[in-house]
Design a binder for this molecule. Structure first.
Ligand code: KG4
Ligand code: ZN
Length: 386
């Protein structure tokens, strides 16, 4: 049996969790910083790291209290040490090192992207869990599996052979899917945080209202590109940019966070999302969401064929990362799994977005095989999963 305390501070969630035997959550505490970053429309790294510094110890104490364990009962301290914002990662890693050293127990560094794929194996029985449903099976019989990570920083497909062994099959060549959602939410003035708000707006709209591109990058490619889709949404919302030499009219509008054209000037448009009705904005959101999800599903189908042509067919599809909370994606991957006769493992909603339970859970696999770190554990901005 193992009891592991996990810490997660890679971006804008300060989180701590105690997990038993790599599967059962005894606590799962997440302090989100959305309130701090909202007025900037995105995460400000310096604000994020300072907030982690203030919040981490109270969050750790809450996780220990809720788990009803004593610090001295812990077998290891795990921390997400890559990828992420460097200043934010340093806060979590420093705290993890101090705890591991003072308790005299192993320190285990965890790749955040790998941890997202592990989240589907966790069983959330804490009082805070939205639907405390036990997960049906451990991950082991599901390997080799196909893994899809969809988050704010990553959109990647992997061949997964164990919780810590995976081979990259395809990834985004520009925006990550969560990033595309966040930018689409800015275009549609859907508010912050972008992804969940756009998801809600899309549920009131008609996905066939606008024909937006499904970027495929060639007939066999397993890579993704979402920047063209984002621009198509921008033009569908605001019309095409006005010619640059046309005299500026006070009623024309520029938009924050959209690509600059020419030498420094932001493009000018005749309208913005505030000129549209709620239904028109919802139709655009639904059309965007349909294009994103169609693209992801097509790539999954290709990846299954690719793996089946070159070796064993995957036994399961494992999905993780913040965008796996998306309502349409959740429904479409389940339909896909049924059609392809492949079991789908997707985390419960509270474990899709950043959390420390996935960090503590995955650390069990490493502890069992003695794959532990020392106090020289570095923090690294990029994932090892490339
Ligand atoms: O995994 P995550 O919490 O952080 C990273 O590792 O990046 O993912 C955050 C991303 C954000 O871009 C957020 O907008 C997106 O996940 N997201 C969603 C939804 N919930 C979160 N995107 C679409 N629909 C959602 N329901
Ligand atoms: Zn994440």
């Amino acid at each position: 049996m193992s009891l592991i305390l996990g810490l997660e501070t890679s971006c804008d969630e300060t989180a701590a969790s105690v997990v038993k035997d790599g599967q059962t959550l005894l606590s799962n505490v997440v302090s989100t910083q959305h309130d701090l970053h909202k007025r900037f429309g995105g995460v400000v790294p310096e604000i994020a790291s300072r907030a982690h510094l203030q919040r981490l110890w109270p969050v750790v104490c809450a996780a220990i209290d809720q788990a009803k364990v004593d610090l001295t009962e812990l077998d290891a301290i795990a921390v997400g040490n890559r990828p992420g914002l460097i200043g934010s990662l340093i806060v979590g890693a420093s705290a993890a090192k101090a705890l591991a050293w003072s308790l005299g127990i192993p320190l285990i560094g965890i790749d955040h992207v790998q941890a997202h794929l592990y989240a589907a194996a966790l069983q959330d029985t804490t009082a805070q869990a939205p639907n405390p449903t036990p997960h049906p099976s451990p991950l082991k019989p599901l390997f080799p599996a196909l893994g899809l990570v969809v988050s704010g920083g990553h959109t990647s497909i992997y061949k997964v052979t164990s919780p810590i062994e995976m081979k990259l099959l395809g990834r985004t060549i520009d925006d990550a899917v969560g990033e595309a959602y966040d930018k689409a939410a800015v275009i549609l003035q859907a508010g912050y945080p972008g992804g969940p708000n756009l998801d809600k707006l899309a549920q009131q709209g008609d996905p066939a209202a606008h024909k937006l591109p499904r970027p495929m990058l060639g007939p066999d490619s397993l890579d993704f590109s979402f920047s063209g889709l984002k621009t198509a949404l921008l033009y569908a919302t605001r019309g095409h940019p006005l010619p640059r030499n046309r005299p500026r009219n006070p009623s024309t509008k520029t938009v924050p966070n959209t690509p600059r054209s020419g030498r420094g000037n932001k493009p000018t448009f005749a309208r913005d999302a505030s000129d549209l009705t709620q239904q028109q904005r919802a139709d655009l959101a639904a059309s965007f969401q349909a294009a994103v999800v169609d693209t992801l599903i097509t790539k999954l189908r290709r990846a299954i064929k690719h793996l089946s042509d070159s070796g064993p067919r995957p036994n399961a599809l494992i999905v993780g990362g913040g965008v796996s909370a998306n309502s349409l994606l959740r429904q479409r991957v389940q339909d896909f799994g049924q059609r392809e006769s492949i079991p789908v493992c997707i985390p419960p909603l509270d474990l899709c977005v950043d959390n420390a339970a996935m960090i503590a859970g995955l650390a069990h696999t490493k502890l069992v095989i003695g794959d532990i770190d020392d106090l020289s554990l570095p923090v690294i901005a990029t994932t090892a999963m490339v």
